[in-house]
Design a protein around this ligand. Structure first.
Ligand SMILES: Cc1cc2nc3c(=O)[nH]c(=O)nc-3n(C[C@H](O)[C@H](O)[C@H](O)COP(=O)(O)OP(=O)(O)OC[C@H]3O[C@@H](n4cnc5c(N)ncnc54)[C@H](O)[C@@H]3O)c2cc1C
Length: 570
């Protein structure tokens, strides 16, 4: 039935080859499933490879008092108790085993003098908990997972973008995609699908995220009937580069503060003492980002509108060994030697706490057979993610999603995909070529980034959020008239026109949820509702599709069992 298009068939299709996708693929293979992994860029180039500071796991190698219970408490406290408690529990209990497993598979971590995995301090973690490889932890993680996956026999489809999911009889049945190089279409048939496509940072102007973060997985799942949750919670990392303009937003890892870096304003004051005197620079990201933003707004910002971050009081050899990427990043991109003086930093859009609503045990969405893991999924981090808790999230929940998807696929027969739906997906994809006049996708993207930066940023207010919804609606109308020129052979304008569909769906969900939540909590700060509200503390915002409309409905935060509640009281 699909002879018209190149077709591949697998028990499990994993969309995304970052940490979550690769870990899911390895787990599904272990269940005896045939596994295909499809990714937009080259294998090994996902966001996971950019991760710097480390993987959070309560191994207790440096601080023996650490335990899963403290990790659970830190994660829930950091997430302002909106987290799915069961996910936080599983994550805290399983992340140590996942890190040890990674080591057995060949990952070479930095070591304590006794030869154990070395752990460093990070914001919001009570103990030194981040297992790391200098400031290149993600590279080691992806290299290890990639080697393991390829050795076990995953089939990889690189530089291939999925644009639609298909259902059959209510269950997931496959996906439609195009090869980025040739523009040719491809159909994947699968009994289970795992979405591991990451976040949405490219919808903001100042971001640490790369071109791949356009919210595709969230939009694909939403269009297929899955629910999204906690979409208002977008993390602005406090420290991105701010100068020169061409490098604005590139991440300055929290490991700089973890290794003892201090933040000062233009007056030389360590201003964190006014925002969190106890934890200072190791306060949670939401607090530090708001602090820097406020210092700048109130006229105490640095020359280029940020704060100074200084690690030069440490020996130069130590800085270069522990933070090699930061050393080279500042030397090469800003002509600053961080062993001799401070860096200038400011907040940058970094991570999406919200995403696809999943079952804690299996990562299954509300669509049977469709699973999600990693940054594309939501629940673990609540209103704010602690640094290091993403890489452990990928390992713990990537594995669980892969196990469940693999096991389910074995019990399921392949379902036919309606050929008319496949043709519709192909028609929709080529539509931008068929218009004789229309909008430039780059102009639409630029305007979206500006509006999200200005209206749905660190601080939010009703008037701006309402205006943002109007702007997004107008951008959708412009996208309906988008025009691209040239052929389908490697055409970045066409790729962007397709990505914009996802970005507009996801930013609408973010803005709608941000408008609904009339309180400030974690990464969501409302100028008009500056306090936390106990009633909102009991609600997650859930987004679902109803016909063509996006519907938001608050859903009660799952009730925690008494033994876990007790841990939080301590
Ligand atoms: C600079 C930086 C530093 C960070 N440092 C840390 C850290 O030290 N510790 C920590 O815990 N977290 C860190 N994070 C966060 C963490 O790296 C990410 O949250 C995490 O790697 C996301 O992993 P993932 O597997 O969900 O997605 P990714 O690793 O981003 O992978 C997404 C995959 O999906 C594919 N994809 C996307 N859309 C499509 C589509 N439509 N079709 C096909 N494929 C698609 C992409 O090509 C890619 O392969 C950092 C993030 C950044 C940006």
């Amino acid at each position: 039935m699909t002879e018209k298009y190149e077709t591949h068939e697998h028990d499990v299709l994993v969309i995304g080859a970052g940490g979550a996708g690769l870990r899911a693929a390895i787990a599904a293979l272990g269940e005896g499933a045939s596994v295909g992994v499809v990714c937009k860029s080259l294998l090994g180039k996902a966001h996971t490879v950019m991760a710097e500071g480390g993987i959070a796991a309560a191994l207790g190698n440096v601080d023996a008092a650490d335990s899963w219970k403290t990790h659970f408490r830190d994660t829930m406290t950091g997430g302002k108790f909106l987290n799915n408690w069961r996910m936080a529990q599983i994550h805290a209990q399983e992340s140590s085993d996942r890190v040890k497993e990674l080591e057995q598979w060949g990952a070479l971590f930095d070591r304590t003098p006794d030869g154990d995995i070395l752990q460093r301090a990070f914001g919001g973690h009570t103990y030194k908990r981040l297992c790391h490889v200098g400031d290149r932890t993600g590279l080691e993680m992806i290299r290890t997972l990639q080697d393991k996956g390829v050795q076990l026999g995953i089939d990889v489809y690189m530089e291939c973008t999925v644009t639609r999911l298909f259902r059959s009889g209510g269950r997931i049945a496959g996906a439609f995609a195009y090869w980025r190089e040739s523009g040719r279409f491809v159909v994947f048939k699968a009994k289970s699908i795992v979405i591991a496509t990451g976040g949405i940072g490219k919808a903001w102007r100042i971001t640490s995220n790369s071109w791949e973060y356009t919210g595709d997985g969230m939009a694909l799942a939403y269009d297929a009937g899955a629910e999204l949750i906690d979409m208002e919670f977008v993390q602005f990392h406090p420290t991105g580069m701010i100068w020169p303009p061409g490098v604005q937003g590139i991440l300055v890892t929290e490991a700089v503060r973890g290794e003892g870096g201090t933040l000062t304003n233009e007056d030389g004051e360590r201003f964190m003492k006014r925002y969190d005197p106890e934890k200072m620079e190791l306060s949670t990201r939401d607090v530090v980002a708001r602090a820097i933003y406020t210092e700048v707004k109130e006229g105490r910002g640095t020359e280029h509108g940020g704060a100074y971050l200084d690690i030069s009081h440490k020996p130069a050899e130590y800085v270069i060994r522990k933070l090699p990427s930061m050393y080279h990043q500042f030397k090469d991109l800003a002509d600053v030697d961080i062993t001799k003086g401070p860096m200038e930093v400011g907040p940058t859009c970094h991570y999406m706490m919200g995403g696809i609503r999943v079952d804690a045990e299996t990562g299954e969405t509300t669509v049977p057979g469709l699973h999600a893991a990693g940054e594309a999924a939501a629940g673990l981090h609540g209103a704010n993610r602690l640094g290091g808790n993403s890489l452990s999230d990928l390992l713990v929940f990537g594995r669980r999603a892969g196990l469940a998807a693999g096991a389910a696929a074995k019990k399921t027969s392949p379902a036919p995909i309606d050929s008319a739906e496949i043709d519709r997906a192909a028609r929709d994809a080529v539509e931008p070529f068929e218009r004789t006049s229309g909008e430039d996708p780059y102009a639409i993207h630029r305007d979206l980034e500006e509006k999200m930066q200005d209206l749905v940023g660190i601080f939010r207010v009703e008037k701006d959020l309402k205006q943002a919804l109007t702007e997004i609606a107008q951008l959708k109308q412009r996208l309906a008239r988008v025009k691209v020129t040239g052929s389908r052979i490697f055409n970045p304008g066409w790729h962007l026109a397709i990505d914009l569909q996802s970005m507009l769906t996801v930013t609408e969900a973010v803005t709608l949820s941000a408008l609904a939540r009339e309180e400030s909590r974690g990464a969501h700060s409302r100028i008009d509702f500056p306090k936390t509200d106990a009633a909102w503390g009991k609600k997650n915002n859930v987004i679902a599709r109803e016909g063509a409309a996006m519907k938001l409905s608050p859903s009660p935060v799952p009730e925690m069992p008494p033994d876990l509640k007790q841990l939080l009281e301590k």
